[in-house]
Design a protein around this ligand. Structure first.
Ligand SMILES: [Zn+2]
Ligand SMILES: [Zn+2]
Length: 640
């Protein structure tokens, strides 16, 4: 009936009346031909949908063009279909898994006879260009489960997925030219819109991330709306590749893994250990200055502790299995908090003792699937620079202030700018609303007073308390997880924490969990990439390397190195091969300073100094001055 109208609310506040069953494309056309041409998808009542999806009831609608961030995901997912279309054209027997958009692109998993080679990727990319050229429209069709079973009868992966749908769920399939996929959508109107894309790599990936299932072959790619953005992204990837901590970690001899030790368990080589020890020494000095006390707790503890803490109930799948000793079950600890709580409870505490701040470089073990392990960034054993503050509710603002100072000082030392996010009360939360409101207001007040900018992650807090999250921004603009401070109303309750107040009554303290570097492994993995392996002098495993110009000055070179070592600097001599080779080698190993000793330098007690990355520029200086200069640079923990 012609009177069947629905109301569409547009972003500018106007309301448009259209016939029931109109599509977002119809609406775009009524707004203007320019918008209709630019339209790629639409957001209807907050859900991203195809332009041709009929709207059956009053709704709010926003037309998405390439200027909207959400469109990029739609483009990339559509590019994944183009990829699958091309793979199927080249190999009709290829079975198809999932093809989602991801952070910086997309992937698609295939069940094929053998892994894809770089040549395969080139051929697939060529075929994708044909699919784009053909400009197939993405056609959506709703089918019954029975119909879907028939459509995908030759693809066991899709059939398995299909069986998981509820009976009343809408099952949609999408066709672009010859290719049909079981997919929820949405997609851009046609394959012709996928103009700027690149396939990046291929890797094995277990079906559904489960190592007991079949190994599929995953192809990664990316797509953008403009060639410029694509090229910039590829340049960033190249730069990131050069900084890969796994490659540099091996070249510079910083860390290793060994299958006999087990995946995700890091072995620190001497050079990597120097970096870690310097950071630990620095942080220890820093936190002692900020009023912390150092504690130690065991690595393996009775399971009972995790029953009380609730980890066994809520975190068991991330814990290593139990071992039995004298009939009691023990676990490697996944967190340090329960141990610190027991130290708190070893004595009766009075309000005069608070705040109590316990810190530990605590090594924890967590189960992660082997498929997600990644160098030093995602591991199964790691050392947290963990601390727990026990204080009264009134003391929380001051503790947060202290923490902000700590964070600012520490991150400046490493040369990281950072952002702050405040995560607030989720729907399901423990503790009273008043308690949450007070805690959140405290956090905001401290941030506001300091004039710090921060984002609010509404409802993003843990169920047991609000949190501040700091993100580090590295040298090439990538974000890394940084310090966090988490208020906890839960564990003090579960463990029955108490202190005796001024009124002689028992009170419950508030507990704060905080880390600065977080995981030592992840932090140093990140630092390797941040500095591209060229560590500032105070962290460099080898700080200075001394070469003789020729053999007759070897003795003199050793004297200089000895002098540097006596001043506490990490100095080596190197007299193999030619001088040119020695210098190149030191550059490869990213040694911050080189000192060359020849006839002149041996004669007048000087050294010719070169600095990393400055090419042939050298400066002849007195040996004492050289030592002094390096000492001073180390003490300041100067960045490059
Ligand atoms: Zn799709
Ligand atoms: Zn904790």
């Amino acid at each position: 009936m012609a009177s069947e109208k629905i109301e569409i609310a547009l972003p500018d506040g106007t309301v448009m009346e259209v016939p029931r069953g109109s599509t977002p494309r119809d609406v775009a056309e009524r707004i203007g031909p320019g918008l209709a041409r630019a339209a790629l998808a639409a957001e209807v009542d907050g859900e991203t949908v195809d332009l041709d999806r009929p709207i059956q009831a009053d709704a709010s609608l926003r037309i998405l063009t390439k200027r909207d961030e959400d469109s990029l995901e739609v483009l990339r997912h559509s590019a994944a279909h183009v990829l699958a279309t091309a793979v199927r054209e080249l190999d009709p027997s290829a079975r198809i898994g999932f093809g989602p958009p991801i952070d910086e692109g997309f992937y698609y998993d295939f069940g094929v006879e053998r892994p894809f080679t770089p040549q395969d990727l080139e051929a697939i990319e060529e075929k994708m260009k044909e699919v784009v050229e053909a400009d197939h429209t993405f056609q959506r069709q709703v089918v019954s489960k029975e119909e879907a079973r028939e459509l995908f009868s030759d693809d066991p992966l899709k059939l398995e997925r299909l069986e998981e749908f509820d009976d009343d769920e809408v099952i949609s399939v999408y066709r672009d030219g010859p290719f049909l996929d079981l997919c929820r959508g949405p997609h851009i109107p046609s394959t012709g819109e996928v103009k700027h894309f690149k396939l990046l790599s291929a890797a094995g990936a277990y079906w559904r991330g489960d190592e007991r299932r079949e190994m599929l072959q995953r192809i990664y790619g990316t797509a953008f709306f403009s060639e410029k953005e694509l090229q910039e992204h590829l340049e960033r990837l190249e730069e990131a590749g050069k900084r890969d901590h796994r490659v540099l970690g091996k070249e510079l001899g910083l860390f290793t893994v060994d299958s006999r030790v087990g995946p995700g368990l890091i072995l620190w080589e001497p050079s990597g250990s120097v970096i870690r020890r310097e950071i630990e020494d620095y942080e220890q000095e820093l936190i002692l200055r900020h009023g912390y006390e150092i504690v130690y707790s065991p690595h393996v503890v009775s399971e009972e502790l995790f029953e009380i803490s609730g980890h066994l109930e809520n975190f068991a799948e991330n814990m290593f299995g139990a071992m039995e000793v004298e009939g009691r079950r023990y676990r490697p600890k996944p967190m340090n908090c329960p141990g610190h709580i027991c130290i708190y409870q070893a004595n009766q505490r009075s309000y005069r003792d608070l705040p109590i701040r316990y810190a530990e470089f605590g090594t924890v073990y967590r189960y992660e699937r082997s498929g997600v392990l990644h160098g030093m960034l995602r591991v199964r054993g790691f050392t947290q620079d963990d601390a727990h503050v026990f204080c009264t509710e009134e003391q929380v603002p001051e503790e947060i202030e202290r923490l902000l100072e700590l964070v600012a000082e520490m991150l400046a030392t490493f040369g990281y700018p950072y952002t702050i996010a405040l995560a607030t009360r989720p729907e399901k939360a423990l503790g009273s609303e008043a308690q949450w409101a007070r805690a959140e207001a405290d956090l905001r007040a401290v941030l506001d007073e300091r004039g710090l900018e921060y984002d609010v992650d509404e409802g993003g807090g843990a169920f047991y308390g609000p949190k501040l999250d700091f993100q580090l921004i590295d040298a090439i603009g990538r974000k890394w997880q940084g310090p966090t401070v988490q208020l906890d109303f839960n564990l003090p309750e579960r463990f029955g924490l108490e202190y005796i107040g001024e009124d002689n009554e028992r009170h419950r303290p508030v507990m704060l969990h905080r880390v600065l570097v977080g995981s030592m492994e992840r932090f140093i993995g990140g630092l390797i990439e941040h500095y591209a392996g060229a560590f500032p002098l105070w962290l460099a495993p080898e700080q200075v390397r001394i070469f003789p110009v020729s053999e007759q000055w070897t003795e003199s070179a050793h004297e200089v190195a000895e002098m540097l070592r006596a001043a506490g600097l990490r100095a080596e001599t190197f007299d193999r091969e030619t001088l040119g080779y020695r210098i190149r080698e030191a550059e490869t190993m990213k040694v911050p300073y080189m000192g060359v000793v020849g006839e002149r330098e041996a004669g007048d007690g000087t050294v010719a100094v070169r600095k990393r990355g400055r090419g042939k520029k050298q400066e002849v200086m007195g040996r004492e001055d050289f030592v002094k200069r390096l000492r001073e640079e180390v003490e300041r923990r100067a960045l490059e």
